[in-house]
Design a binder for this molecule. Structure first.
Ligand SMILES: [Ca+2]
Ligand SMILES: [Ca+2]
Ligand SMILES: [Ca+2]
Ligand SMILES: [Ca+2]
Length: 356
């Protein structure tokens, strides 16, 4: 590259003005070629890493486990039989391990390099399973399953994520690295998040402050949290989009299905048969200004159904607290709760438009 640049400069200096037009075109062509070559190099700057064993291991026996694949993708260097990532990699699964359950067996929580316990993702990554029924990642109740540590963009497609257990984010926790710049984007499609447990917040998924989640065409089932957010805990300033998805049979103290301190839009989805031992059986929307939130909490529900959720205190369907904002449009709400709240217990603004 530097040779081409030096050559171009040399030609430009030694040519007379009346040839400048043709030289200008030459320079343009050279720069265009350079840009094309750079673009091609960048486009190929990713690897597909193929998992071919169900064993949870980090060793040198010649195969490629899921943990080894994630280490390879994180570090962009070969790890055992995983060829070595290059930038924003994709992990896939060999036909020999479909259908299979990948069970975490290397114990060791509170570790962030994917060496033990949860599978820590620290670089842009796509994990493409064979479908939620065929590629199951099981936390074995040793730790959470996936830990996204940003700022990174991560896509999880066609997976079941189950039996994770920890304090926060039983199935998945997504955050920006502490003190670092930027936030993470987590995209989950055609996946199942089930049977995960958090002793504090986010039984299924915990999105830390400021981070983003897009959950599409997925199911969040039978997760539980000791405090807030049985299915999902959305912390202050987080930005969450949920579409074509279901939340069922999740439980928590507050926000059985979803607990929101950020901004959530729920479209074409079902929130059903979730339970809170305190407030917000289906969803709790909580103004988080008292936690240094950059924004007020906002919950928008479009073309969705909220039914048969239970709260043992306030807001069987939805509990809106502390001046949070809730907008419900074109949706069905049939919410089980102590009367007289009709399923919505609120201390803030609730706008219901064309809901039945
Ligand atoms: Ca191996
Ligand atoms: Ca990588
Ligand atoms: Ca971790
Ligand atoms: Ca770990």
């Amino acid at each position: 590259m530097s040779g081409i640049w030096r050559h171009t400069q040399h030609i430009a200096k030694r040519n007379v003005p009346n040839r400048s037009l043709s030289l200008g075109r030459g320079c343009t062509l050279a720069i265009t070629l350079l840009v094309c070559l750079l673009a091609a190099a960048l486009a190929s700057d990713a690897a597909t890493i193929t998992v071919n064993t169900i064993s949870d291991e980090l060793n040198a026996d010649g195969d490629c486990s899921l943990r080894e694949a994630i280490r390879s993708a994180n570090t962009d260097t070969p790890v055992d039989g995983c060829g070595g990532g290059r930038g924003p990699d994709e992990i896939r699964f060999a036909p020999g391990v479909v259908p299979e359950t990948f069970t975490i067996t290397l114990a060791g929580a509170d570790e962030d390099s994917a060496e033990t316990g949860d599978l820590d993702i620290t670089d842009d990554l796509i994990i493409t399973g064979a479908g939620a029924a065929d590629t199951v990642i099981d936390g074995n109740q040793l730790d959470r399953v996936f830990h996204v540590i940003g700022p990174v963009t991560v896509e999880l497609n066609g997976l079941t994520i189950q039996n994770g257990q920890t304090q926060s984010g039983g199935g998945i926790r997504s955050e920006a690295v502490e003190g670092g710049a930027g936030f993470s984007m987590l995209k989950i499609t055609q996946s199942m998040i089930r049977d995960n447990t958090a002793s504090n917040d986010g039984g299924g998924i915990n999105i830390k402050p400021g981070n983003k989640l897009e959950l599409t065409d997925s199911r969040v089932l039978n997760n539980s949290a000791g405090d807030d957010g049985g299915g999902i805990e959305a912390e202050a300033g987080s930005d969450i989009t949920i579409a074509d998805s279901t939340f069922t049979d999740n439980t928590a103290s507050r926000g059985g299905g979803i607990d929101n301190e950020g901004g959530i839009t729920v479209t074409d989805s079902l929130v059903s048969e979730n339970e809170a031992t305190d407030d917000g059986g289906g969803i709790r929307n909580e103004e988080a200004a008292d936690r240094n939130s950059p924004t007020s909490s906002r919950l928008t529900i479009l073309n969705s159904t909220i039914r048969e959720n239970t709260a043992h205190n306030r807001g069987g369907g939805i509990r809106n607290e502390n001046e949070g904002t809730v907008i419900i449009m074109n949706s069905i709400r049939s919410m089980v709760t102590p009367l007289p709240t009709m399923g919505i217990g609120t201390a803030g603004v609730v706008s219901i438009i064309a809901a039945t």
